[in-house]
Design a binder for this molecule. Sequence first.
Ligand code: SF4
Length: 265
Amino acid sequence: MIVGFKNLLIAPKSLSPSSISLFRACPQKFKLSYIDKIKEPPTWHTVLGSFVHEVLEHLYKQDPKDRNQEIVKVIATDRWSNHGWAEKVNKLAEKPDTIAGFKRSAFQAMINLWELEDPTTTILEGQEVEVLTEIDGVALKGYIDRIALDADGKVVISDYKTGKVPDSKYVSDGEKWFQLIAYALMLKEAHQKTTSTLELYYLSKKTKHSVAVTQEHLVNAQQVIVRTRKSIDESCTSGEFICNVTNLCNWCYYKKIDICPAHRN
Ligand code: SF4
């Protein structure tokens, strides 16, 4: 049988740790986002997270002695007024709080950083570091929030979060750490750098979770990457992307706009 061109589904050439996580959470959601390219518009919470990331990135570009909460206010005000953030927040379709509430929540998350580390003594090797590599023939691309070095010169990968700390009843450790372990694997492959530690900064909750990277973590991540690439390619050939229907569908954009096949009508 000759397959018409209109039926061909083109898989992305390279994957990222987040696109792999999305496919594992729900193949249909991956298809709608990465193959049909129907992108979920920014939300209040995603914009708040991106704003906090950007301000902290600029905080760490300051001389260590100048990293204080006053300078956070100065940077946040500048980014808000002169770099498009006021417009981004104002044009959001749904605003669960006031603009003053947005600023308050974002600023609180930023200054909670001082509860977790002393920015005047924290030395970073890189921020928003792009990593491009291949793992067993699978092309991968991603950006690491921040990289530091430990006392032995090994890499510490950190990621800022502004949402809730995931409940271990619903999110396994494997899922929680998969993206950062994948970055550790990518850094090893691309730059021969060994990662000792992964850190998740839950800024709104003043909580930091850390884990030491093991060989087992890296092997598992490698297998997940290869397996997921194979499943994506097979789904593109068959045209079948499973709908993983769970309670999380109630927060899914594709259910909301009525295009998920599992919930249509
Ligand atoms: S509504 Fe549920 S099944 Fe449908 S795409 Fe979203 S997460 Fe997947």
